[in-house]
Design a protein around this ligand. Structure first.
Ligand code: SF4
Length: 210
């Protein structure tokens, strides 16, 4: 049971339900191959049935952690942070990004966009989900649209979502891991016919790193 004081700190973003933090290589999307410190925040109610981090969903399982301590850990290792989840925008991220920026850390977020955008970001990767669509204001701020392809209908969803982002937004299709043998050839074909899109692979899984 979280007491009132902790609840207050969480609402200000001074504490966050931290699931895990680790320094690794970004495996997906535009920044693939670059070193970054990952902060995975617990809590998500978007409900993707193929989600590979279902352990993140219940925020109560992840200890409220002082944001200052998280930032201090980042500074020791990296010049770029990727804030992910769960759905990180369930929490106020203004405080953590202000502290990261004070320390000249580049701030990246990976989000479904289903909650109001908070925080100051150098890179927004939007991965929209049909079960809980992004809120409209995030689309034009998105640097990278990454749509997960689980079945054929997802191509139509990807095209719809791409019509909402800016012309400079990078467009990626990523095969859902458990269905990648089936969907990757279809993605290859789609990208060759629609070269404004690129393929994103979960290279960290091939590299066997977190
Ligand atoms: S939005 Fe992300 S964390 Fe949430 S259920 Fe979907 S894949 Fe999992």
């Amino acid at each position: 049971m979280i007491n009132e004081e902790i609840q207050k700190q969480i609402s200000k973003g001074k504490m966050l339900p931290l699931m895990e933090e680790f320094y690794t290589i970004q495996g997906e999307g535009f920044h693939t191959g670059k070193a970054a410190y990952f902060i995975r925040i617990g809590g998500c109610d978007v409900g993707c049935h193929w989600c590979d981090v279902k352990e993140s969903w219940n925020a109560n399982l992840h200890p409220p952690t002082n944001t200052d301590n998280i930032v201090n850990n980042v500074i020791k290792y990296a010049n770029t942070v990727v804030v992910t989840g769960g759905e990180p925008l369930m929490w106020s991220l203004d405080f953590i990004t202000s502290q990261l920026k004070k320390n000249n850390i580049r701030t990246h977020i990976e989000t479904s966009g289903a909650y109001q955008l908070s925080g100051e970001w150098d890179w927004i990767c939007l991965s929209p989900k049909k079960t809980k669509l992004p809120l409209e204001p995030i689309y034009l701020k998105t640097n990278e649209l990454k749509v997960i392809i689980y079945n054929k209908n997802d191509f139509k969803f990807a095209v719809e979502q791409a019509s909402k982002v800016s012309d400079t937004c990078e467009l990626y299709l990523q095969p859902e891991w458990s269905n990648k043998e089936k969907m990757t050839p279809l993605i290859v074909d789609f990208v060759m016919k629609n070269p404004q899109w690129k393929i994103s692979l979960q290279t960290h899984k091939y590299l066997n790193i977190p």
